[in-house]
Design a protein around this ligand. Structure first.
Ligand SMILES: Cc1cc2nc3c(=O)[nH]c(=O)nc-3n(C[C@H](O)[C@H](O)[C@H](O)COP(=O)(O)OP(=O)(O)OC[C@H]3O[C@@H](n4cnc5c(N)ncnc54)[C@H](O)[C@@H]3O)c2cc1C
Length: 469
């Protein structure tokens, strides 16, 4: 497929399209291209395909769907509300991106379920949503893993699909203003070129702690992340004039597990929100410090108001404490975390005398004996009342982690990458977390997988239309 860079447009069909990144955005784009009989070369820098998409655990938004049949205009308004103050700038452009996202959500879920046979039959309501609309499967496999593995398997069955892993794209090639391919390097470091139109689906920069995070959010430099520690790739696109948007808008999650076997790893496993929701409490230096059901942002701010316990990575030592009641309600999660060594079953005495008092106070509030001094009013499945040093608890150490980057390259509703001034860059599309503007200041849970499918498929269709038949 390597051809001279001055490839005439009429020859592009023979060489097909290039997709950069094998997460959900890249796989959705590739699937769409293949459905139009366009050959696809997918380049992935990791040894294993799937990106951060394969880790997604809560699900994908869609409404209405066969599992959430209520016609749901509120999805658009919920998204605008969550985007917050960012909507004040480029308002019309953002509104178009958001309506494209929400109006296409029904078709996106249907494509995964009906065309690709993926189970998404369970629907939950996550924070910031006015209705349940986040879909996952009924079985044990998390939604990211089931979606990614199913799409990848289908692609690998096509003679038109070629995946090269451990190959990093290092430059976008142009002939005049038109994008005509990429330069890339595989394990032996030798630079090669591929020629054709390009869909960029290279993900976000949450794992780029000392690079792009330090540049755009110096206050978050050195933070651990739920994303692999890798450089962000937007600079490859700004090098050819792409406009950036919302680069300082970054989602921090208050609870990533500090693995006792590797406490200084920059990569952390997410401690699911359900643990706090089902009745878990948080301790810092043996004391509670906030209503654990507060927003992610408020909990993070309450933790980071204290000095960090480690500078590399920049992290805090917060204890997440659950009792047997919470364990029963979130058993499958907790069994998994215990199996991974991220939580342990132990006695309260393990946490020290101050923790005993704090847990006793929490239990009194949960049982209605006293009001909670931190104003928590819902305790879900916490059942322990007679708190004693030998009472059984499940504990894990957690710290705030950088989780998602809202900013990225500016696209339009056709997933075309735009320059300053709004002019499109011919031959280049982008989808997924590498783009900015779809979520504004705060992404709703479940909307990232959705943007990958919606804009990935749009990019695939647009790119196939660009190639001569
Ligand atoms: C633990 C966790 C749980 C999450 N849960 C949810 C959830 O339940 N619902 C939801 O909607 N969102 C969730 N998210 C967010 C969501 O998973 C991601 O934002 C989304 O999957 C991003 O998909 P993507 O295809 O844009 O990028 P990715 O899936 O990150 O894929 C990008 C790929 O591009 C490759 N790449 C990058 N640069 C290059 C290069 N130069 N050359 C070649 N390859 C390159 C990367 O190696 C990577 O494989 C979660 C995220 C995490 C980390």
């Amino acid at each position: 497929m390597a051809t001279p860079s001055a490839l005439p447009a009429q020859n592009l069909a023979r060489s097909g399209a290039i997709v950069v990144g094998s997460g959900l955005a890249g796989l959705s784009a590739a699937s769409q291209l293949i459905s139009h009989n366009v050959p696809v070369q997918l380049l992935e820098r990791s040894a294993k395909p799937g990106g951060n998409s394969i880790k997604a655990s809560s699900g994908i938004n869609g409404a209405p769907t066969k599992y959430q049949p209520v016609s749901d205009d509120a999805f658009y308004t919920d998204t605008v509300k969550s985007a917050g103050k960012a909507m004040a700038a480029m308002t019309a452009h953002r509104e178009t991106l958001i309506s494209t996202l929400t109006n296409s959500s029904s078709a996106a879920v249907s494509w995964l379920v009906d065309t690709n046979g993926i189970d998404l039959s369970k629907v939950a309501q996550l924070g910031g949503h006015s209705f349940p609309r986040t879909h996952r499967g009924a079985g044990q496999t998390p939604p990211g893993a089931s979606i990614v593995t199913t799409l990848l398997k289908a692609l690998q069955g096509s003679p038109l699909f070629q995946l090269q892993t451990s190959c990093t794209v290092t430059k976008v090639l142009q002939t005049g203003p038109r994008v005509t391919g990429v330069e890339y390097a595989c394990e032996n470091g030798e630079k090669k070129e591929l020629h054709g139109p390009v869909i960029f689906a290279a993900g976000g920069f949450a794992g780029d702690a000392e690079g792009m995070l330090a540049q755009y959010r110096p206050d978050l430099a050195g933070y651990p992340s739920t994303n692999d520690p890798r450089p962000g790739t937007q600079p490859l696109l700004t090098a050819i004039g792409a406009q950036l948007l919302d680069m300082d808008l970054v989602q921090v999650h208050p609870t990533g597990f500090v693995d006792p076997a590797n406490p200084s790893s920059p990569l952390k496993f997410l401690a699911a929100e359900v643990l706090r929701g089902e009745g878990g409490l948080l301790l810092l230096d043996g004391k509670r410090f906030i209503d654990e059901l507060e927003t992610r942002e408020n909990i993070t701010n309450a933790i980071t108001a204290h000095p960090p316990t480690s500078k590399t990575p920049r992290q805090w030592t917060v204890q997440l404490v659950l009792d047997e009641g919470v364990y029963s309600a979130a058993k499958s999660h907790i069994d998994f975390y215990v199996w991974k060594g991220l939580m342990k079953k132990t006695k309260i005495s393990d946490l020290g005398a101050e923790a005993l008092d704090s847990i006793r106070q929490f239990a009194n509030a949960a049982s209605g004996k006293n009001a909670d001094p931190l104003h928590r009013t819902a305790f879900a499945n916490w059942t322990l009342t007679d708190v004693a040093p030998e009472s059984v608890v499940y504990i894990g150490t957690v710290t705030p982690v950088v989780h998602f980057t809202m900013g990225g390259v500016l696209i339009n509703e056709k997933a075309e990458v735009l320059k300053e001034g709004g002019e499109r860059i011919e031959g280049l599309w982008a989808a997924g977390e590498v783009t900015g503007g779809v979520h504004g200041g705060n992404r709703l849970g479940g909307s990232s997988l959705l943007e990958c499918v919606v804009f990935g498929r749009i990019a695939g269709s647009q790119c196939s239309g660009y190639l001569p038949a």
